[in-house]
Design a protein around this ligand. Sequence first.
Ligand SMILES: Cc1cc2nc3c(=O)[nH]c(=O)nc-3n(C[C@H](O)[C@H](O)[C@H](O)COP(=O)(O)O)c2cc1C
Length: 162
Amino acid sequence: MRISQQIWPRSVVLVCSVDEDGKANVMTASFVMPVSFNPKYIAVSISPKRHTFSNLQKVREMTINVCDVNMKKAADICGTYSGKNVDKFELANLTEEKSRKIRVPCIKEAPISFECVVEGMHEYGDHFIVVGRVVEEHVRKAEFEPLLHGSGDDYFTARKID
Ligand SMILES: Cc1cc2nc3c(=O)[nH]c(=O)nc-3n(C[C@H](O)[C@H](O)[C@H](O)COP(=O)(O)O)c2cc1C
């Protein structure tokens, strides 16, 4: 069994990055976790095969944009195509929004975006844990239906239980 079928569901985020010329890219990730309350740190596990990974090696900044259920189609597109070949902002109909503290843009459609400075990239197996310190956050919607991922094409949302 794949680990993604064993530990689920996981929040879906869109990770934005830029290359040395400032060209932005966006990829979907669900291997993501909060690390620290204060200061806020977020970790995301990224394969070295991703265009996002080579961007992060060059420019150590990223935005983590939390997806709600309305962003399923965009998450699918940004998790299928590579920024090596296409402009996924255009393809997935996502709007870049200028960040306040870093060069990497946020995504306007996301209920919550975090501007992060990458402080560590550590290899474990076939992925790298990329750890970002949150330097700014944007809360556009405090209450939303989160987009959650299982494995492959399986998406979910959450409900509160007693
Ligand atoms: C729902 C979903 C979750 C994903 N989670 C991850 C992840 O956590 N880490 C990762 O490296 N790739 C993940 N992927 C795969 C990348 O998003 C995909 O390979 C993407 O095309 C990489 O884009 P890039 O080459 O432009 O960086 C996921 C894909 C989907 C659809």
